[in-house]
Design a protein around this ligand. Sequence first.
Ligand code: GLN
Length: 305
Amino acid sequence: MNTILDQIVKECREYTAKGHVATYIPQLAVADPNKIGICVVSHSGETYCAGDCFDKFTVQSVIKPLILLLALMDSGPEKVRALVGVEATGKPFDAFNYSDLALTGAHINPMINTGAIALCTLIHGESYDVKFARLLELTRKLAGNQEAELDRAVYLSEKKTGSKNRALVYMLKAYGMIDDPAEELLDCYFRACSILVSCRDLAQIANVFAHHGRDPLSGDRLFPKEFARYVNATLATCGMYDGSGEFALNVGFPAKSGVGGGIMGVIPNKMGVAAFSPALDKRGNSVAGIRMLERLSQSLELSIF
Ligand code: GLN
């Protein structure tokens, strides 16, 4: 496996020059576009790595499946489903050009910003500080990494410049979908996106989703099977935003990308995988990351379709 991964990194390195690091969050612009890493965590918990597999980067949108999971665990699938739908939008992750007369839950899904921000309101906690602390705790638990921490510089950078996300929150409020104080809600979302992870962390998290909520090593059930099914299904249809269809066709497993350059991939009943490379395509997905997962899928026949 290590030989396959080394070869994939070698062959895909050229793609790091074909994208651009995110700049709309100023602190993300300092990322090194030449970084590239891949990790596989197998059914029996073995970890295989190549390239910059232990480098830290901010999780960004790869936190969305965990926000959805915690909302499901705290508030149940009925409330989650009533607030946020499950249909792919075919639009960018931060789109606010909803042309419908009234925005409803049916127009959004948990993997775009509007849906993920709305779902933060269904996480339990007497304050947004507590909600964030619980989300961080869940991330640490699923990643098997108690050290996962916040990147304060990225968090403050997004907090200062996140006008589009502010607009989305006020849109949700304008349509009566949420009631909570906008800045506190946004602060929780910005902090959630700024948790530092590595490829290894993401592959570990993906492996738990691949095993339907069970830690394959200890056998411990970390969350109910039905919630893994809910999350994995939305990853398959919406996880790569307006590139989800193409990803399903070319790679073929549930996955989630983030503008920090990470992508996690869930191979049901088999393994968790993750790729990292900060240079992004126009949809905000890692260019080399997608290529690496495509090659991995081809060589190990991982497409579920
Ligand atoms: N924090 C980012 C944002 O809200 C996450 C987006 C992403 O990773 N696609 O814009």
